[in-house]
Design a binder for this molecule. Structure first.
Ligand SMILES: [Zn+2]
Length: 82
């Protein structure tokens, strides 16, 4: 067997379940907890440690990157086929 073919089969066998698993996760649970505020929705300022609303998320939840990409393509398809 060609070593490059074996490498390609091995890579595909590893990457396909990971990709499909992440796609399924983005489909089932499109939102994840924000890493900046750990899901609280509030952070503290750097200088005075004053509490303020987190700027990266909406109430502690963020859209997953895979779902954001899917939404962009879905919107592009919807607007181009109207
Ligand atoms: Zn946040």
């Amino acid at each position: 067997m060609d070593p490059l073919l074996a490498l390609a089969i091995t890579l595909a066998a590893i990457l396909t379940p990971v990709t499909l698993g992440y796609a399924g996760l983005c489909w089932v649970k499109p939102f994840t907890t924000c890493r900046r505020c750990a899901g609280t929705g509030r952070t503290t300022t750097r200088v005075l440690r004053r509490p303020r609303a987190c700027r990266r998320c909406d109430r502690g939840l963020r859209l997953r990157a895979g779902r954001w990409i899917y939404n962009q393509f879905a919107r592009l398809h919807r607007e181009s086929t109207r």
